[in-house]
Structure formats: C-alpha cells, structure tokens
Write a protein that binds this ligand. Sequence first.
Ligand SMILES: [Zn+2]
Length: 347
Amino acid sequence: MTRAIISFDTELSAGLHQRGASARANFDSSILGRCRDGDFGIHFQMDMLERRGLTGVYFVDPMPALVHGPAIVRDIVAPIVARGHEVQLHIHTEWLEFARLNPVGRLTGRNIGDFPLAAQKKLIGLACDMLVRAGAPEPTAFRAGNFGANDDTLRALAALGLRYDSSFNAAYVGHGCDIALDSRNIGMRVHHGVCEVPVSGLMDRSDSFRPAQLCAMSEEEMRDALDHAAASGAHQFSAFSHSFELLSRDRQVPNRLAIARMEALCRAVANDPRVTSGGFADLPEPPARAGPIRLPDPRPLRTLRRTAEQAAGHLAHEVRYVRSLAYVTANTSRWGKIAGGILLAVA
Ligand SMILES: [Zn+2]
C-alpha cells in the first residue's frame, strides 16, 4: 500500500511581521486564511479532508513564540490536535532576527541549513520543546522552512531522536535544499540515521522537476503523480501545501483553482484502493533494500494544459481585481466615473 501524506506547512509570515502586521492579523491571514469572503485556512482544509475521511499532517512552525509568546502557537496546535490530524515540526529561522532572546547568540539565517551543526541541534531541540509545550504530541517528523536543510540537519534530527525528515524537494535543490541525495529518486530511504520522505513530483520537461504542491500542479498532474507512486509500489506519496495556500497570492480572495485542485486530490486519494491516508506517526520504515522510485516522465501536452489553466486562473483574478478597482473609482468623482466606466468596459 502507498501512504498518501497530504501536508500543510503551517506558519505565521515573517514577512508580514516585518511589514508591521500585528500577531493577530498575521494569525488571521496566515493560519485561518481569512479574507473578505470567509476563512480558507486550516479549518477549511480540515473540513475538506474530513469529508473524504482523510488525515492531514500540519508542519507547525513554533518560532514565532520567541517573538509573540507561546499562546499563539497553542492557538495553532489546539484545533489540529482536537480534530485528530497530525502536528509535526516545521522551522523558520527568519524569526530569530526579531526574537527578544536569541538561543544561538548572534547567529541568524534564513534557513536552518545556514547554521553549524551544534546550532542546528539547539534550534531544532528548542523548537521541538516549544511545539510540545504548545500541546502537540512529541513530533516524529520535521520539515525545514524553504526546504533549506542540509546533511547536518539530518544528523541533528537523528541525534534528537526524530525519525523522519521531509525537507527534500528536488525543486529546491541548488536553491537552499542541500541534502546530498539523488533527486531523480523520490522513494523513502535512510540518510544519516533519519528516514527521508521526499516531496513527490514528476518531470514536466526533460530537465525540470515539478513538485506535488497544490499551487504548482494541475489536477491531471497530481493524479498522474499519485497513480505513478501507487503503480511503482512506492511506500509513500507526499503532497504539500501551506496553511494560506487556498488564498490568492495577495491573500485578498480565495483561490478557486487551488480549492478545486485540493478537492480533486482528496477525491483521488480517497477513491484509490492502493492508497491509504495518514501521516508519519504510524508510517512503517521502508525495507532496507527498497529500490529507487523513479520520477514520472514528462508529457508535453499535460504541461501545456497546466500552463494554460494557470494563465486562465491568473487572468480571472486580475479581471476581478480591475473590476473591483473600477467600482471604487467610479464612485469617487466625475472623472472617476469616466475612468471607472472605461475600466469596467475593458474588464
Ligand atoms: Zn514554511
């Protein structure tokens, strides 16, 4: 059986904090996915999963506790645990810059892989404690923010007793992800004492990996990637998203395309008898001599269909934006009316 792990990196935005957003505003946007049409964050995602009887994994970043105090992490963890989904450990070291007390002295860095091994061990250990103090069960799996892990990260995880890492994403190799594994193999395997569970994906061109991320893959690509994993006898299929990924990029409205893709993924996982849903807590380790799982080959027409679908999605969003701007403009002055009228006519 192939275990389908649907995970969500669940995090406040260090960027929003830097631009002056309050902790509450950051929480509302980044965790609840709140916009003028409603909430499309973790609660909405859990509703979607539960309608299909699926269990999700939430990689929660506890680092904002260093800036805002522990209550905000408790507010993230509590509903996930209460609804029976899995909480695992995520880390965004960007928050150290804003911390009242930096646990690694003057060291800062965008990625956990930017730090020496001893500091990585200290930071991951501390993050683990903060997550457990916020009400999560002892985590068994880890994912680095920005997939910015290296081999020392895995050594640190092994020393701390975490069994699984899910920071290997071939799309980030050379862009922050420095784990020395073969990116053409998406099978689970042990590396530096930790079981690596790579992000799944497919080749969308002969030299280009497309990760199984909600906003990166079409329904068709996601179905093909899942089918390939099950047909290859892979132990896992790992698709990921974010707590805020069902919102548009400017977070003003829901992203209907991403919601449709998530619905399609949930349906595909629920309906495939070769696939089970779940997380890491009871994930069996792969047999010692498991063969590699090769990436699905590119299919140019499939890539073209996704490119067209995304272009249409962006266009629809832009049109909505221009229309709302036009309505506002048309209600301001006489010249506004004329300008707004022209915009409405065009959009
Ligand atoms: Zn993240």
